[in-house]
Ligand binder design. Sequence first.
Ligand SMILES: [Zn+2]
Length: 233
Amino acid sequence: MVCTRCRGRLDAPPNAVVYLCRACGLAFEAAAERLVELKPLTASLTTKSAPPPVVRYLAVWQFAASVEVRSKDTRSGAQPEHVWDGVKRAAAPGPPFLYVPAFAFGRLVVQQLGAGLVEAQPVLSLEERIPWEVPLLSLLHEGVVSVDAGKDEGGPGFGTVSPVVLGRRDAEAVAHYVYLAVENRGSIDLRRIDYHVDVGEGDLLFLPAVYDRRYVRDSGWRFLLREFDGLVA
Ligand SMILES: [Zn+2]
């Protein structure tokens, strides 16, 4: 498969549903009988802590979402809109986003990292590019990383840029699951919720992160964004 813009060869790692062009930064998602063009955006590091030797970029779908909570039963008896109002405050003055990790299928990854991003509503500085700057081959050469590094311990199993294993349609469905994870984390004893989520336009983002098994509550990942600096021990 080649890129329609530059005729470059597309990167197609195992299980990927989005193919990235190394040459020009376009991406293509497999749809019925054709490839749909995407322009992935990459967020700059905003962490105040020292960057790690290997920065990974995790594929995440970002949806401008509008949420209506009609009713809710919780032990605290808080207003139905309570949790989502908190998300909107974190996002202000911008619109709130739902985030769906697209680099792994694991339930915990989606729940922990997705909910963490939605709660934090990080301020992202986005550029239309794919972060290939640190070529995996040179990292391999330097012995910094191996393709299978950490795989046995549940590590990333990829180089600088994660594969995209969740397509847009599936991510729209999983966005509901992430939203409910946020409600569940923010409510005392959530028993029932009647809500409506409109998942708006979606963008495919690559967010800088470091893999470290110490971040066990975040599936071993820490985003290199200042909103997550508080997690550093
Ligand atoms: Zn291209």
